[in-house]
Design a protein around this ligand. Structure first.
Ligand SMILES: Nc1nc2c(ncn2[C@@H]2O[C@H](COP(=O)(O)OP(=O)(O)OP(=O)(O)O)[C@@H](O)[C@H]2O)c(=O)[nH]1
Ligand SMILES: [Zn+2]
Length: 354
């Protein structure tokens, strides 16, 4: 670290900008540069100034004291001041965190009141699930969907290993709740087939990849970001630490897309505790059901068997069998998500789609 040459106090009363009247409000850091946070490692933040642009610069930064205990996470848009050259040994300072469009949170388990923001401003949660080896775990998928919808993110179900088992059952199970499905498999030549469709779907977005060990998440990340290892290695170069041992999320830039595209790998996240998820938020992810549920009795849980739940009447009122079946599928899927939130799913229930 260089000698303490520059910090936010210097910036506030910068020569040449002295005409700005000092107000009671914290003075703006008028010369701050906007950056995107891509990695966090023990109090050091790797940020990209001009992310995805021609002047993209990788800069190491620390948090200004004035931010207090506010967490800064990958995906955050921040303002940085100080040495934003990105040169070896340079250290910039994060002075502002931009408003977050989305916030993906997790709690360690359903009773844990401590929630952590994992990623900010992500558009899509990609739930990576193998069709076999290991067997798909639909409760895990449901929990991810609930967490994503609570965060106001879209969900893509990336079904891997279609060379080993069919994707039909799971596709049918998740289509009714707005989950897009992308299927990949290993081709005869060993390459992953279906990657282009996934890359197209993620183009221009920040996506977060989650999945259990062995489902092929690393395979996908490495295929989407061929120099992923090097990209993470570059973080080390900047922090000067020998190995990247952090288990926190890292945003990686996907090459070969039309718009700047990012995938956030979450090595430490194996599941989502959902204590923070408000069932009412979940309902908002289902616009049609939310409209119907306005007719529900006060305090309706919308769960199966809840008296006079308008959602049941909505299914019954369908004009034809096809519509009724579609509504019934959507309602039962929504109720499944509600149960995953309430933690009342039977732990011994078969974990396979029926
Ligand atoms: N048959 C088949 N195997 C695959 C496919 N994708 C990945 N695999 C294999 O599945 C195994 C696990 O893949 P990884 O990419 O390491 O899985 P991961 O989800 O990153 O797991 P961790 O590294 O433990 O977090 C590896 O042996 C891969 O070669 C696929 O589409 N088909
Ligand atoms: Zn209801």
């Amino acid at each position: 670290m260089p000698a303490r040459a520059f910090d936010e106090r210097d910036v506030r009363i910068r020569p040449g900008k002295g005409s700005r009247p000092r107000t009671k409000q914290r003075p703006e850091h008028a010369d701050a540069r906007t950056a995107m946070v891509v990695a966090v490692d023990r109090g050091r933040y790797t940020v990209l100034v001009d992310p995805g642009g021609s002047d993209e610069t990788r800069v190491l930064a620390m948090k200004a004291r004035e931010l207090g205990r506010q967490r800064v996470v990958p995906g955050d848009r921040v303002d940085v001041v100080g040495d934003t050259s990105g040169d070896d040994g340079s250290l910039a300072r994060i002075v502002r965190i931009g408003d977050r469009r989305t916030v993906l949170r997790r709690t360690a388990d359903d009773t844990d009141p401590v929630e952590r923001v994992i990623v900010a401003n992500a558009d899509t949660l990609v739930v990576v699930t193998a069709l076999a080896d290991p067997e798909p775990r639909t409760r895990m998928i449901d929990r991810c969907v609930a967490a994503a919808y609570d965060a106001r993110m879209d969900v893509v179900l990336a079904l891997t290993k279609a060379d080993l088992a069919s994707a039909d059952e799971l596709t049918a199970m998740y289509a009714p709740i707005g989950v897009e499905v992308v299927v990949t498999r290993r081709g005869d030549d060993g390459a992953i087939v279906g990657l282009d469709a996934l890359r197209d779907r993620l183009d221009g977005e920040i996506s977060v990849l989650v999945g259990h060990s062995g489902v092929g998440k690393s395979t996908l990340v490495n295929a989407l970001v061929p120099d992923a290892r090097r990209a993470i290695g570059r973080v080390n170069d900047v922090t000067g630490r020998g190995r990247h041992t952090s288990t926190s999320a890292v945003a990686l830039e996907v090459p070969g897309t039309r718009e700047p595209t990012w995938v956030v790998d979450t090595p430490g996240v194996r599941s989502f505790g959902l204590a923070h998820v408000d069932p009412a938020h979940l309902l908002h992810a289902f616009a049609d059901l939310a409209a119907v549920a306005e007719e529900c009795p006060r305090g309706c849980t919308h769960l199966e068997g809840s008296p006079d739940c308008a959602l049941d009447e909505w299914v019954e009122a369908a004009g034809d069998d096809e519509t009724r079946a579609a509504r019934a599928a959507r309602l039962s899927s929504f109720r499944r998500l509600l149960l995953s939130r309430l933690g009342t799913t039977d732990a011994d229930a078969p974990d396979r789609p029926r």
